[in-house]
Write a protein of this length. Sequence first.
Length: 91
Amino acid sequence: MNIDKQSLKESVGDTALALLINFPLNMLLLYVANRTFIPKLDSEGDIIFWTSVFLTFWFTLVAITRKYFVRVWFKNKELNKTRLRRESAVH
């Protein structure tokens, strides 16, 4: 099995970036949830369910945005390498 080093580098970089973004985001979102809708809920089941919905919604939006920018960054990096190879082959 051959490992695509570029894909591995992108995966590791994206996951590390996700950790750096998601940990503080989680703390912020739990704080917001605790100050807004959680006090209005009656049962533990409602608290767990609606907190999960709230967190999942925001983490999904952030993940899509993060992944888009990571993919574009790596794509541009690869395009620049290809362009430099072509230019050096011409000269």
